[in-house]
Ligand binder design. Structure first.
Ligand SMILES: NC(=O)c1ccc[n+]([C@@H]2O[C@H](COP(=O)([O-])OP(=O)(O)OC[C@H]3O[C@@H](n4cnc5c(N)ncnc54)[C@H](OP(=O)(O)O)[C@@H]3O)[C@@H](O)[C@H]2O)c1
Length: 290
């Protein structure tokens, strides 16, 4: 039973690969470059999700597909090329990495792409499982300077908050869905165990860093402007629309989500504060430039 993994060099995909290896799964990674950073001994196929010929070649001889697409303006095309070829080759199972509450965020470009891909999965007869993760806890690993230098938690999560989830739990859930029975046709919401508002995360970091961290607030224009300094403007806009949706429509786990995920994983999902403590230890281990 061979599994083709897309996005295997990325944050979630590389953890999915580790979880599949723990379960002794036979895997092949679709990678774009010969020298892509992959674990030793793992089979790779060179290809690009925008090049159907290379994707079909990579899919030949595999039974299952783990489909994760990067957030890009052509995400929908990349996702459908992979799905349509999985359908053509009659793969036995597709596990698709989507996003939580996707049907409530039709105005957010990368959510709308995922909703369209989900609807193709539901339309045709290839067995599928959809995983829908909340905001990744690990996104905040990039906030070292804001937290430690400026004393600010800058992500506009609002007062109601979200149920951010640890990437390691997402990877475990994906690997379980790919390597055990009983997941065909299922959609799993993947949420963390607690509701995290902007002020609540600031208070967690205050405890972890031993100094006051202030929540920066929900000024979306200022946030988008900041985002444009480190990302293309289409991406800054997309991310702004996502956070605006969190504030307007909420991103908190639904009833039953936590029980379902705890049963699926065989343990409770990981907590934000544990991530914050681990991350702070890593930051302390890295020498800072003067
Ligand atoms: N961040 C969040 O809070 C959050 C929450 C829920 C869902 N999500 C979803 O999670 C996904 C992102 O996961 P991630 O953070 O693990 O992604 P990531 O670290 O950005 O990795 C993206 C992966 O996609 C590959 N890729 C990009 N373009 C490709 C192409 N044309 N052909 C083949 N491979 C290509 C990259 O390969 P290279 O190494 O060659 O670049 C890399 O392996 C997105 O769909 C996002 O919407 C994110």
């Amino acid at each position: 039973m061979k599994i083709l993994v897309t996005g295997g060099t990325g944050r979630v995909g590389s953890e999915v690969v580790k979880e599949l290896q723990k379960r002794k799964a036979d895997i092949r990674l679709l990678v774009r470059k010969n020298d892509a950073p992959t674990p030793t001994g793992v089979e790779t196929a060179i290809g690009d999700l925008l090049d159907p010929v290379s994707v079909e070649k990579a899919m030949n001889g595999v039974d299952k597909l783990y489909l994760l697409n990067a957030v890009l303006p052509d995400e929908l095309t990349q996702g459908l090329i992979a799905y349509d070829l999985a359908k053509k080759l009659r793969l036995r199972h597709v596990v698709y990495h989507s996003v939580f509450r996707v049907e409530h965020f039709k105005d957010v470009p990368h959510f709308a792409s995922k909703l369209a891909i989900e609807s193709a999965l539901r339309e045709f007869d290839i067995p599928f499982t959809i995983i829908r993760p909340n905001y990744f806890i690990q996104n905040d690993a990039t906030l070292q300077d804001a937290l430690t230098k400026s004393g600010i938690y800058p992500m506009p999560l609002g007062q109601v908050g979200i149920s951010a989830v640890d990437i390691r739990d997402i990877a475990e859930a994906a690997a379980i869905a790919l390597t055990s029975d009983g997941h065909f046709g299922k959609t799993y919401n993947l949420n963390g165990p607690e509701v995290l508002s902007g002020p609540k995360i600031a208070s967690i970091w205050s405890r972890v860093l031993g100094k006051e961290i202030r929540y920066a607030g929900d000024d979306m224009d200022a946030f988008e402007q900041q985002m444009r300094k480190k990302a293309p403007s289409w991406s800054a806009f997309d991310i702004r629309m996502m956070f605006q949706g969190y504030l307007e429509r909420g991103f908190v786990a639904e009833d039953g989500d936590l029980d379902t995920l705890t049963k699926l994983l065989g343990h409770a999902p990981r907590r934000y504060e544990d991530f914050a403590r681990e991350t702070f230890v890593k930051w302390q281990a890295i020498p800072k430039a003067a």
